[in-house]
Design a protein around this ligand. Sequence first.
Ligand SMILES: [Zn+2]
Length: 182
Amino acid sequence: MKNDFVAKHLNVEAFARGAGKLAGEERLARFERLLEETLGLGAETPVSYLVRGEVVREGESSEEVWLHLEVQVVLPLTCQRCLGPVDVPVSAERSFRFVATEELAAAQDEEAEEDVLVLSREFNLLELMEDELLMALPVVPKHEVCPVPVKLQVADPDFVDEPVDKPNPFAVLGQLKKPPLA
Ligand SMILES: [Zn+2]
């Protein structure tokens, strides 16, 4: 069977009616917003995905069009504890229901547990994958155990462990005890 479905321009309904499956890899370089998160690192890193289409029949007359998405990547991020590079696996798995119009989607998305999107013949799955991965990013990427001892002085230039000019508290007490210089 000829597989003429392309992740970047997917005819969602046709894909779902054919119980389509699309599995593949894209280079991280194709995902600009993710590449911003890695500060341009790992352009060749593979983002792998699996998408399944499905039509769910609800009684005689109504049908629902669904896409089930799984996507994963290992992003080269910066550890916020030691500032060294850290490879962070990021993945997302989510199902989407598609409806005919923007109005229906807006009205149903609030009530429905699943995400409701608008049917398209040119649906950009890559953008959807990128949205999902961005949402799955750790807020503070870090090593479970940093490979080097953490030096806070390096991590934060303003941080001073033992300020040289910090007055000795006892010296301060001593000063207080001194009689005022009349
Ligand atoms: Zn670290």
